[in-house]
Design a protein around this ligand. Structure first.
Ligand code: ADP
Length: 623
């Protein structure tokens, strides 16, 4: 018996005691080795006409004997190959093992070329029968794990390798016998190795009608038939010219269990720092859990047609987390565990290249397929807005052009670039107004004046919108400004003068109203920003009224957050004139007016009434 090299022994220990939770990947590893071995022989066939081309991988199992067999007709191994390949672990592993004190098993396993050894997670004995192409002798490698291995001569028909796994007995932690089933094995192939380029075959049992059995009393018998389990050709491996929209749609629907076609598909073959093929899809609808914590973003990651990760999160930034698809690269190290994969240089390189690709596709859509982009934004725009806002606006420059907001003028979503292009010359700022719905925003008092001046207003209906504007601060040199804070008398000297005079004239009335309302408001002023409405509220400090609502709706806020509010009275409204009359004739009544106007201003802003009984009493007395 030969001993494994020290390092290999330790890896084996890890495998046998299987810290790695995902035991079922052993099949994927063996199939992928088989496929590599066939690749090698196929390569020879280019120059050697003796090579037969009936390449395939065969899987079988024996429930009684508790064995699973994976057989290929690839290149095979001679004695030397066996020593070198199965007697020791890969070079990279030896190096990494020098880092002594790392005890995280799963992580360690990921660092080595442990593909073949992963079979020890499910088997307590492995036999390898193999004959190298073009050589006479066949060999048998056998091992029960850490003890060591033996290599002996054997007889074998045909070239290639047959691996027999003696499956472990079930214990309280794991039911190994689950693997000894047609269904389990074929689903594992479907799940992990569907796109292997060679047929993976297994005998499968079918129920067929017995020949000669009568129509009224049909009899059936069980027949075993050799079936190919994998579909073999991945869409993304086909030349682009051969792939139709229909192909992409069908692939998307079956792969991602969606009943609708994708809104947009992208098929790209990328060559650069890292090479990969990718299929990307934007779904029509956000999944039901998209905006919840349960949603898991990620792309399916393949290495040369072998799936290594169902959802590789690190390939997509959160703000593009709605994108689904597949990445297949030959530049990845396949024997990498999930934990480690996330940190590999190649994954990072693919992720950054993908992000560029996605960005450029979105840009193209904005320019030439606005309708689709708009649909996308309605479903997933919130994710992009969060992207702008999160991490202190780190990515705002990169993402700002992908934003869309509802425009008062166009009555549909527009980009910031659209908005700025259409600004009249005298307009210096980007105006926005906040509210729960477009309908409600359209009725805000401040909107009228801005619209009258011909300004376009962006309607902010999502909670995050105003935060996005604050973080952006400006677009194309134009500052964002809430209509409730904007001064529409800007440039209109006459109006300004009139306002100044009136404010002087109303000084005492205003301070009386302010006194009446107490600490509910910071100030009372006259305004020219209103048209038909007599009053409105505006925020004086950093926290806007909309933010007060949003922040208070968060858990634990308990209504503690208060925007400093200023009550604005329409300088040209009859009610304002009436206040002045009352100041001279009936101060008690004026107090009632103050309360009613203040509460109305709150209602208009979408805030609730501060003091319902005070308001109702005041109002009924006035009436
Ligand atoms: P890796 O595949 O990363 O090299 P493995 O431990 O899975 O690591 O396999 C070690 C080596 O054993 C392979 O590189 C290959 O040379 C050889 N090998 C494994 N399985 C087969 C097979 N079915 N046919 C021929 N060679 C094989």
């Amino acid at each position: 018996m030969k001993q494994f090299k020290t390092e290999s022994k330790r890896v084996l220990d890890l495998m046998i005691n299987s810290i790695y939770t995902n035991k079922e990947i052993f099949l994927r590893e063996l199939i992928s080795n088989a496929s590599d071995a066939i690749d090698k022989l196929k390569f020879l066939s280019l120059t050697d006409s003796n090579v037969k081309s009936d390449f395939c991988v065969n899987i079988s199992f024996d429930k009684e004997e508790r064995t699973i067999t994976v057989e290929d007709n690839g290149i095979g191994m001679n004695e030397e190959d066996l020593e070198k390949n199965l007697g020791t672990i890969a070079e990279s592993g030896t190096l990494a093992f020098k880092k002594e004190n790392e005890n995280d098993g799963a992580e360690m396993i990921g660092q080595f070329g442990v593909g073949f050894y992963s079979a020890f997670m499910v088997a307590d004995k492995i036999e390898v029968f193999t004959k190298k192409y073009g050589e006479e002798k066949a060999y048998k490698w056998e091992s029960c794990g850490a003890e060591g291995y033996t290599v002996t001569e054997t007889e074998k028909d045909g070239d290639g390798t047959k691996i027999v796994l003696h499956i472990k007995n079930d214990d309280e932690d794991y039911k190994y016998s689950d693997f000894l089933s047609e269904y389990k094995l074929s689903s594992l192939v479907k799940e992990y190795s569907d796109y292997i380029r060679y047929p993976i075959k297994m005998l499968k049992t079918h129920s067929v009608r017995k020949e000669g059995s009568s129509d009224d009393k049909p009899e059936y018998e069980q027949v075993k038939e050799l079936e190919t389990l994998n579909s073999m050709v991945p869409v993304w491996k086909k030349p682009k010219s051969e792939v139709t929209e229909e192909n992409l749609n069908e692939f998307y629907k079956s792969e991602f269990h969606d009943y609708q076609n994708p809104l947009k598909s992208v098929y790209a073959k990328i060559e650069g720092a890292v090479n990969y093929d990718t299929l990307l899809f934007i779904p029509q609808k956000a999944p039901y859990d998209y905006y919840s914590k349960d949603y898991k973003k990620g792309l399916k990651l393949y290495c040369n047609g072998v799936m290594i990760m169902e959802k590789c999160e690190d390939l997509l930034p959160d703000y593009f987390g709605f994108i689904r698809g597949v990445v297949d690269s030959s530049d990845l190290d396949l024997n990498i565990s999930r934990e480690i994969l996330q940190q590999t240089r190649q994954v990072k390189a693919i992720a950054s290249s993908l992000e560029k690709k996605i960005s450029s596709e979105l840009k193209k859509m904005i320019e030439s397929d606005r309708e689709t982009y708009e649909k996308m934004f309605k479903e997933f725009g919130l994710a992009i807005k969060f992207g702008v806002y999160s991490d202190f606006g780190m990515r705002k420059e990169q993402l700002k052009d992908y934003l869309m907001f509802y425009s008062s003028k166009k009555e549909k979503l527009v980009t910031l670039s659209d908005y700025v292009k259409e600004m009249p010359e005298d307009q210096k700022e980007i105006y926005y107004a906040c509210g729960e719905s477009y309908e409600k925003i359209a009725k805000l008092p401040q909107i009228e004046k801005a619209t009258e001046k011909g300004y376009e207003i962006l309607y902010f209906k999502d909670n995050v919108d105003e935060f996005v504007a604050k973080i952006l601060d400006e677009y194309d040199g134009k500052k964002f400004k809430s209509v409730s804070e904007a001064d529409f008398t800007e440039g209109n000297e006459e109006a300004k003068k009139d306002l100044e005079e009136k404010s002087q004239e109303y000084k005492d009335v205003l301070s009386f109203v302010k006194e009446t309302l107490g600490d509910r408001i910071k100030d009372v002023v006259l305004s020219k920003n209103l048209k038909t409405y007599p009053v409105c509220l505006k925020a004086a400090g950093d926290i806007s009224i909309e933010m007060e609502k949003v922040l208070n709706s968060m858990p634990n806020a308990e209504g503690k957050i208060k925007a400093d509010k200023v009550l604005e009275l329409n300088a040209d409204h009859n009610v304002t004139a009436k206040l002045k009359d009352l100041y001279e004739t009936d101060k008690e009544k004026l107090k009632k007016y103050a309360v009613v106007l203040y509460e109305q201003a709150r209602l208009i802003e979408g805030l609730s009434i501060d003091d319902v009984s005070e308001y109702t009493l005041a109002l009924s007395e006035i009436l």
